[in-house]
Design a protein around this ligand. Structure first.
Ligand code: NAD
Ligand code: AHE
Ligand code: ZN
Length: 368
């Protein structure tokens, strides 16, 4: 079949809208009509050329929601008409990682996914006979996609696609990092570095669990108002103070219980670790840094009890947890609407990247 899609031809170049060929689902695969997709900073990161796994030409996008149109042989858990969210972190429930119950990082299809291919090591997308690569196993900047069954969460049918698509990455990543990865307890002091599409969801999660001080750090002063609406109690603009770490240590009687880095800046990652409390502080890295970047600190920071950790997709097991997060939204327990600041047509997708770069949007959502 044919599908409209935004194609990334080369690093650093704008996407172009094309009518692309899409082969049907093979065994264990599902054809999905994408109804809406968010634009995450990670799409920009890969498009910029900073992603070691970035390959071109490809169809980016990993924050979508849509409807099952067809299923391949052997698909048991989904059928035509089901509403779904594609998962860049699948959940096979059979691999060593899934069975460990210690991680959400299902590895069943990770190697082919990282090479822009379906599990049989081929692509379903092509244009004029040239294969186009998939991206993060999802490629939600295409109106129709083929995805393995294990990479789809079935969600309730009354949930609006143009809102719950954001649960496909940003909402789950931010709230999940607090609930599933850090398991922040009531009363704990929390610092969030970077108040964009991820950081504001970390703040929302911290508020949900009854955190004490929720300190937000961002260079963009425009972020303060929205962050306070989501539960931030104190704001720090690093441009306005001499030393971020010292300031946080003073504000929290020795350091934060938890910090979250939601930028992808290795210098900030160091501050995020070092502003946590001696003996028990935990710093969770969410931001994705450019190829070749490394983090550093004095080992004494770890010897004296601080812990450096990371979180991918908020530690969520997609097929199990994503439907629950959709329920939380539908029950009014979490706010997604205020964070979706811009709605765009596919033709205007490059404007979504510009809005992000200029710091004017929290989330732009493309509606098909
Ligand atoms: P965003 O662009 O919406 O937000 C980034 C925010 O950081 C902005 O508000 C910006 O002003 C602020 N910022 C930039 N440099 C800063 C600095 N030096 N000090 C303080 N604030 C600074 O991006 P996003 O969509 O929220 O994504 C944030 C990061 O999380 C990206 O690196 C993205 O790739 C990553 N991410 C990771 C996961 C995961 O599973 N680990 C999931 C989604 C996104
Ligand atoms: N390809 C990059 C890694 C990028 C990365 O860290 N991705 C996150 C999701 S970001 C979503 O916006 C992730 O879940 N990683 C787990 C995984 O298995 O990729 C690189 O550095 O190679
Ligand atoms: Zn993302």
């Amino acid at each position: 079949m044919k599908t409209r899609a935004a194609v990334a031809w080369k690093a650093g170049q704008p996407l172009t809208i094309e009518t692309v060929d899409l082969a049907g689902p093979k065994a264990g695969e599902v054809l999905v009509e994408i109804k809406a997709t968010g634009i995450c900073h990670t799409d920009y990161y890969t498009l910029s050329g900073a992603d070691p796994e970035g390959i071109f030409p490809s169809i980016l996008g990993h924050e979508g929601a849509g409807i099952v149109v067809d299923v391949g042989p052997g698909v048991k858990s989904l059928r035509k008409g089901d509403h779904v969210i594609p998962l860049y972190t699948p959940e096979c429930r059979e691999c060593k990682f899934c069975l460990s119950q210690k991680t959400n990082l299902c590895q069943a299809i990770r190697s082919t996914q990282g090479r822009g291919l379906m599990p049989d090591a081929t692509s379903r997308f092509s244009l004029n006979g040239q294969d186009l690569f998939h991206y993060m196993g999802t490629s939600t900047f295409s109106n129709y996609i083929v995805v393995p069954e294990i990479a789809l969460a079935k969600i309730r049918e009354d949930a609006p696609f143009d809102k719950v698509c954001y649960i496909g990455c940003g909402v789950t990543t931010g709230i999940g990092a607090v609930l599933f990865t850090a398991k922040v307890e009531a009363g704990a002091n929390v610092v969030v570095f970077g108040l964009g599409g991820i950081g504001l969801n970390v703040i929302q999660g911290a508020k949900m669990v009854g955190a004490g001080k929720i300190i937000g750090v961002d260079l963009n002063p425009e972020r303060e108002k929205m962050a306070r609406e989501f539960g931030m109690t104190h704001f720090i603009n690093p441009k306005e103070i001499e030393n971020v770490v010292d300031t946080i240590v003073q504000m929290t009687d020795g350091g934060a219980d938890y910090s979250f880095e939601c930028i992808g800046n290795t210098k900030v990652m160091r501050d995020a670790l070092e502003c946590t409390h001696k003996g028990w502080g935990r710093s969770i890295i969410i931001g994705v840094a450019e190829a070749g970047a490394e983090i550093s600190t004095r080992p004494f920071q770890l010897v004296t009890g601080r812990k450096w950790e990371g979180s991918a997709f908020g530690g969520a097991r997609g097929r199990t947890d994503v439907p629950k997060i959709v329920d939380w939204y539908m029950e009014g327990k979490i706010n997604i609407d205020s964070l979706i600041t811009h709605k765009l047509k596919l033709e205007d997708i490059n404007e979504g990247f510009e809005l992000m770069k200029r710091g004017e949007s929290i989330r732009s959502v493309v509606i098909f």
